[in-house]
Design a protein around this ligand. Structure first.
Ligand code: F6P
Length: 319
C-alpha cells in the first residue's frame, strides 16, 4: 500500500521540471497519497533533506524555469553503499516510492534504488533529448526555442557584416539540439556527433556557398566535438567570411518552459504516479507517437538512439 511518495530533480536542470513536480504532486494528492520533495537530487536524499509538498506548494509553477527542489550531480551514487544509505533514508521517513526527474545518469540511480527495495520511476527531464525511450525529453523544446531565437538574431548581424557565425549548442553527445535548430533556422552547416567533423570539408563547403552568392553563413556545432575558436580562425583564414564564435552555454537551460514542455511534463508526471500505484518500479516514462508509455530503465539505458538520418538528409537537401 502506497501512502507517501518522494520526488526529486537530478542532473542538469531543464525547463519544465517544475511542471513535472507539480503534476507528480497533484496526481498523487488526488489519489490520497502524500508527497515529499527531496532537495538537491540524490545529494539531498542521502542527507535526508525533505520538505512536505501540498497542492499550494506547487502553485504558480507551470511557467517557472529551473527546479524549485534544486538539482545536483552526485557521482558517488554509483556506489552501492551510498544507494543503500539513500534507500534507508527513504524507509526511515516512510517514503514508499520515488519519482526521479532527470537524465540517463539519474535513471541509473533510480534503477539502483529500485533494486534496494524502493520502487522508482524515472521521468525524462533534460534539454539534450538523449534518452532513446522517449521521442522527447522535458526541456528540449524550450531549449530549442531559445537557440532558434538566438540564431535568428545572429543571422541579422552576420548578414550585415559578411560573416560566418559559429554557434555552439549543448547536447552532451547527442546532436538533436543542433539538427532541430539547424533545420529551424536554415543554418548552412551543422556539425554533430552524428555528422562527424572534418575541417577541410567545412572550409570547402563555405567557399562553395560563397561562390553560390551567400553573403554570410551560420554553422551550428554540437558541444564537445571541436574547438570552436580554432575552427573560427581557420574559417577566417581560408574563406572569404570573417568568422565569429557564440557559445550559447547555460542560457539554453533557462527560461519559462514552452506550452509543449509544460504539457509533456504534466502528462509524464501523471503516468509516473499511475505506475507507482500499480506497484511498478524501475521503469521510466516517455512519449512515443504522442502516446505516454513506460519502459524498464535497464532496457531504456541499453537502447540505441535514433540516428535521425532522415533529418540530416533533409538538412542537406534544403541548404
Ligand atoms: O545534460 C544537460 C547539460 O546542459 C548538457 O547539455 C551539458 O553538456 C551539461 O549539462 C553541462 O553540465 P554543467 O551544467 O554541469 O556544466
Amino acid at each position: 500500500m502506497i501512502r507517501k511518495i518522494g520526488v526529486l530533480t537530478s542532473g542538469g536542470d531543464a525547463p519544465g521540471m517544475n511542471a513535472a513536480i507539480r503534476s507528480v504532486t497533484r496526481s498523487a494528492l488526488s489519489n490520497g497519497i502524500s508527497v515529499v520533495g527531496i532537495l538537491d537530487g540524490y545529494k539531498g536524499l542521502v542527507e535526508g533533506r525533505f520538505i512536505p509538498l501540498e497542492r499550494s506548494s506547487v502553485s504558480n509553477l507551470l511557467s517557472k524555469g529551473g527546479t524549485i527542489l534544486g538539482s545536483a550531480r552526485l557521482k558517488e551514487f554509483v556506489n552501492d553503499d551510498v544507494v543503500a544509505k539513500a534507500a534507508a533514508k527513504l524507509k526511515e521517513n516512510e517514503i514508499d516510492a520515488l519519482c526521479v526527474i532527470g537524465g540517463d545518469g539519474s535513471f541509473r540511480g533510480a534503477a539502483a534504488l529500485t533494486r534496494h527495495g524502493i520502487n522508482c520511476i524515472g521521468i525524462p527531464g533534460t534539454i539534450d533529448n538523449d534518452i532513446p525511450a522517449t521521442d522527447f525529453t522535458i526541456g528540449f523544446d524550450t531549449a530549442l526555442n531559445t537557440i532558434v531565437d538566438c540564431v535568428d538574431k545572429l543571422r541579422d548581424t552576420s548578414a550585415s557584416h559578411h560573416r560566418c557565425s559559429i554557434v555552439e549548442v549543448m547536447g552532451n553527445h547527442c546532436g538533436d539540439l543542433a539538427i532541430y535548430s539547424g533545420l529551424s533556422t536554415g543554418a548552412e552547416i551543422i556539425i554533430t556527433p552524428e555528422t562527424g567533423f572534418d575541417e577541410d570539408t567545412i572550409v570547402e563547403k563555405l567557399n562553395y556557398l560563397e561562390k553560390q552568392g551567400k553573403n554570410h553563413a551560420i554553422v551550428i556545432v554540437s558541444e564537445k566535438i571541436v574547438n570552436v575558436d580554432t575552427l573560427s580562425q581557420k574559417i577566417s583564414n581560408k574563406t572569404g567570411f570573417a568568422s565569429r564564435v557564440t557559445v550559447l552555454g547555460h542560457i539554453q537551460r533557462g527560461g519559462s518552459p514552452t506550452p509543449s514542455d509544460r504539457v509533456l511534463a504534466s502528462r509524464l508526471g501523471e503516468k509516473a504516479v499511475d505506475l507507482i500505484l500499480e506497484g511498478i518500479g524501475g521503469h521510466c516514462v516517455g512519449i512515443e507517437n504522442n502516446e505516454i508509455i513506460s519502459t524498464p530503465i535497464e532496457d531504456a539505458l541499453n537502447m540505441a538512439r535514433d540516428s535521425k538520418k532522415d533529418f540530416f538528409r533533409l538538412f542537406e537537401r534544403l541548404v
